[in-house]
Design a binder for this molecule. Structure first.
Ligand code: SF4
Ligand code: SF4
Length: 96
């Protein structure tokens, strides 16, 4: 289990979540990304980021709203194939 950053983060990357994560497992490349991504292999499920996010973008993976289910894949994929994750983010943004 891990936490996941969903669609409300897109183009609203204020980084409140990054500041509170105790294991530094929330990342992004500001030159290329439109959102932040949680590393599911690093997340310790503390929930601090969910509380800190002003845009209600973060959910436990098993509590993701169904319309944002793909963001579990997107966050995990960014850590091994960032371009694939970025393409999916663009698709999700244009569908919103
Ligand atoms: S739940 Fe905790 S460990 Fe996981 S990304 Fe959020 S702040 Fe970091
Ligand atoms: S606090 Fe929320 S909106 Fe801001 S970067 Fe983190 S997940 Fe995105």
């Amino acid at each position: 289990m891990a936490y996941v950053i969903a669609e409300p983060c897109i183009d609203r990357s204020d980084q409140s979540c990054v500041a509170v994560c105790p294991v530094d497992c929330i990342s992004s490349d500001p030159s290329s990304d439109r959102k932040f991504y949680i590393d599911p292999d690093g997340c310790i499920d503390c929930g601090s980021c969910e509380t800190a996010c002003p845009n209600q973008a973060i959910f436990r993976a098993d509590q993701l709203p169904p319309e944002w289910a793909e963001f579990a894949w997107i966050d995990a994929t960014w850590y091994r194939d960032p371009d694939a994750a970025r393409d999916a983010v663009d698709g999700a943004a244009s569908a919103a």
